[in-house]
Design a protein around this ligand. Structure first.
Ligand SMILES: Cc1cc2nc3c(=O)[nH]c(=O)nc-3n(C[C@H](O)[C@H](O)[C@H](O)COP(=O)(O)OP(=O)(O)OC[C@H]3O[C@@H](n4cnc5c(N)ncnc54)[C@H](O)[C@@H]3O)c2cc1C
Length: 721
């Protein structure tokens, strides 16, 4: 059989009903058109569209063509002319974002501001112009967006950051010409879908009465914690049901496009802002959870973190052979190794920059079954099935041992009989839209819904413990990008195959930053570039084939909290932000010595460092006064919210494991304090931030927890061990 040319499309659900007025849409799209403006050269300008387009001179046009490495001509003209209000796909994605994925209380302030901006008084108040915003030309709209970012207007600064972030991201997902102009392909090199496991999901006829099921163990969430638990318990001979509110997608549909993948594979369309919008949380939601979309980095927790957890937190598990055995077991099963890695350009730059600066950097082992896996698209699902995510590895093992599965079942609560968990209840929605209430009775309930939804589910189930949801760690990051003279095609090759760890202990207590390469799919890299003006961003975006990006990821000392809803209360503290900024500065030096021609720290207000400003072929060293002055500028601007916004690399700790009931949510066996039969097995049980990417730590803790549950059940039921 011949290999298909690319993945099958996974259509989006129907558009949600519109709830914005036409006046609000008009203002919103006028703002979006300023974020990503239609740019035309003077010879093509049309007087009838004067307020809609940004006219540039032939010299400016030539400069853009040279900077982006494009020929002057029709394709470049058409790329520059694209704008949101003329793209049905852009408008559809924007509507989904605002209607389906923003809460009413998040949307309301935006709707009020849009309404105000369509009136003269409101416009004067918010923009200084008497003319409503949608009647202003692009230059004036641009000036308004730029002016909203002053420290005196925190709310408008947040609004500007949100609008520019959303505009950039949706434009990149929906632009017809971005791939043509940059050479980007959404299909991995040597595309060949691997053999997906063929799951059978339980189905139920439509009915007013609930379907009642009986299992030894029900596991809520099919991610990493849930997957390894399902395997262990099914292989131990128990009847196991794994349920997930999201759905399974076979390899023939992977990787998805960014527009489809963000909606089908991630929680809330990939956007969960903290309450003050300082951090966006990205978390997987599909059959396989975060393990389907993660970047394969498979690091074991470091000695100083294990020591902190074992000694300071009095949890001897983390200093035990049991834990090390579990780490090794889960790594063996996933074929974790660094032997077969072929680093792409971005990761080679990190290694070389670190070497030239005398820092410590190394290859990061990958969970790709010992295969090279030169693929940068796996965040949208792994087509080759080389990445050993739960849907490829743990859940098929569980299925072979008899586990059963339900997709599309959103568990509402754990059913309690006094202090004893006796099952779960939730609403099932089939792929065809059939709905049915489902009750699962079970001897044990394992909550593996991830660090945001597990605490929410425990709260919803009436578990009384004021520690639930506290101690949420997010490994917050800022991004830094660099442009190189040569084409680097950073979307090709393994995403995160190197790490620089020289700055991971900046306070002497194990808090600091790791510097890592990041996912280079356009909507997650190009859209992070600062928006100073539409023309500046659109020009930089077109240089994508020359760009690498990195993250400065901090092991956060200061946690936030998950509230019922769930809502996320988290603002990176000044302490943690300082570490991130230090990482950005060190990474800038590494990039300079590794040959970057432009360095862009993705924090508004920090101007880029251009090595050869005059175009005369100048070189630059880290001691060059111009570079030293730029570092001083970076330090002076800093990374405080609301100007700076952060991304969350990983979520942990919101149901932390503790030696005493008063200090946490679960005991060392993963059992929820004060309950019987109720366990948590996911990254929410980490005693604090892991510092390393958490997959392997999570799998190992869940492995120990589920083996303990199996042993307890065997004892209880008299099954022979
Ligand atoms: C883009 C990305 C890249 C990453 N890269 C790496 C990496 O390279 N290395 C690494 O170590 N870590 C990485 N991580 C982190 C790692 O994947 C996560 O830490 C891990 O997936 C968390 O596992 P979990 O068991 O806590 O839950 P998850 O994997 O988050 O799974 C939770 C599941 O529960 C389901 N669920 C939630 N609520 C309910 C409910 N009420 N009813 C039913 N189902 C529910 C969700 O749909 C989801 O599928 C990455 C994460 C992301 C998002």
């Amino acid at each position: 059989m011949s290999t298909p040319l690319g993945p099958l499309s996974t259509p989006l659900p129907p558009l949600p009903d519109d709830i914005f007025t036409s006046a609000q849409w008009s203002i919103l799209l006028a703002l979006m058109d300023a974020v990503v403006p239609r740019i035309v050269r003077a010879s093509a300008a049309s007087p009838s569209r004067a307020i809609d387009e940004l006219v540039i001179s032939e010299e400016e046009y030539g400069a853009i063509a040279r900077a982006t490495g494009n020929e002057e001509g029709e394709t470049l003209d058409a790329y520059l002319a694209e704008r949101p209000s003329e793209s049905e796909e852009f408008k559809g994605l924007l509507r989904r974002q605002l209607v389906s994925y923003a809460r009413e209380d998040q949307r309301r302030p935006l709707m009020i501001i849009l309404s105000l901006l369509s009136t003269r008084p409101g416009s004067i108040l918010l923009t200084g112009y008497a003319t409503p915003l949608d009647q202003l030309d692009i230059k004036s709209r641009t000036a308004i967006l730029q002016s909203w970012c002053t420290q005196y207007m925190g709310a408008l600064c947040t609004l500007r950051n949100t609008l520019t972030a959303v505009g950039k991201m949706i434009h990149i997902k929906s632009s017809r010409l971005f791939p043509t102009i940059t050479g980007y392909s959404a299909i991995p090199l040597q595309y060949s879908p691997g053999p997906s496991y063929e799951y059978t999901f339980l189905q139920f006829p439509e009915s007013q009465s609930p379907a009642v099921l009986d299992f030894d163990v029900v596991i809520v969430g099919s991610g990493l914690g849930g997957g390894v638990s399902a395997k262990n318990l099914a292989e131990a001979g128990f009847s196991v049901l794994v349920v997930d509110k999201a759905y399974h997608y076979p390899s023939t549909q992977l990787p998805m496009t960014e527009a489809q993948g963000m909606i089908h594979l991630f929680e809330n369309g990939g956007v969960i802002p903290s309450e003050d919008s300082s951090v966006n949380v990205l978390t997987g939601s599909n059959f396989g959870g975060g393990g389907t979309v993660n970047w394969s980095a498979a690091l074991q927790p470091q000695g100083f973190v294990r020591k902190e957890w074992a000694e300071d937190r009095h949890l001897p598990l983390f200093a035990s052979a049991t834990f090390q055995d579990a780490l090794d077991r889960v790594c063996d099963r996933m074929g974790v190794t660094d032997k077969h890695i072929r680093h792409n350009h971005g990761n080679r730059v990190l290694l070389e920059g670190a070497r030239r600066m005398g820092h410590t950097a190394k290859a990061v082992p990958q969970n790709t079954g010992g295969k090279e896996h030169y693929c940068g698209h796996c965040i949208m699902g792994c087509a080759s099935c080389e990445k050993q995510g739960p849907n490829v590895c743990w859940l098929p093992d569980a299925a072979c041992a008899g586990a059963q599965f339900i997709e599309g079942l959103s568990v509402e609560k754990v059913l309690m009989n006094g202090k004893k968990a006796v099952g779960v209840k939730g609403l099932w929605t089939s792929r065809a839209g059939v709905k049915r209430e489902i009750i699962v009775k079970s001897k044990r309930v394992i909550v593996s819904a991830g660090s945001i939804y597990s605490p929410h589910l425990l709260m919803n189930s009436g578990i009384k413990n004021n520690q639930i949801g506290r101690h949420l760690y997010l490994h917050p990051v800022n991004f830094i990008s660099a442009f190189f003279k040569e084409e680097v095609r950073a979307w090709e090759g393994g995403i995160l195959t190197t790490v620089c760890s020289s700055f991971e202990n900046l306070d002497g207590h194990g808090h600091g930053v790791k510097l890592e390469a990041t996912c280079m799919l356009p909507s997650l890299s190009v859209s992070m570039l600062n928006w100073n003006s539409g023309i500046d961003w659109k020009t930089n975006a077109a240089k994508y084939a020359h760009m690498n990006s990195y993250i400065s990821l901090t092991r956060d000392r200061d946690p936030g909290r998950v509230l019922h809803g769930p809502k996320i209360e988290y603002t990176p503290s000044a302490f943690d932000r300082r570490h991130i900024l230090r990482g950005l500065i060190e990474m800038s030096r590494m990039l300079l010595v590794a040959g970057a021609r432009e360095i862009h720290i993705n924090v508004p207000g920090i101007r880029p460092f251009i090595v050869d400003e005059t175009g005369g072929g100048a070189m630059c060293e880290i001691v060059d006064p111009r570079f030293v002055a730029w570092i001083a500028h970076v330090e002076a601007v800093g990374n405080s919210p609301p100007n700076a916004t952060f991304a969350c690399a990983h979520q942990m700790g919101s149901n932390r494991m503790s030696a005493k009931k008063a200090d946490g949510v679960v005991d060392q066996e993963g059992r929820v304090w004060g309950t019987k039969g109720l366990y948590v097995a996911d990254a929410s049980v980490f005693p604090s931030a892991s510092g390393v990417n958490p997959m392997v730590t999570n799998l190992a803790i869940s492995d120990v927890t589920s083996r303990g549950i199996a042993a307890g059940l065997k004892k209880e039921t008299g099954t022979k061990l």
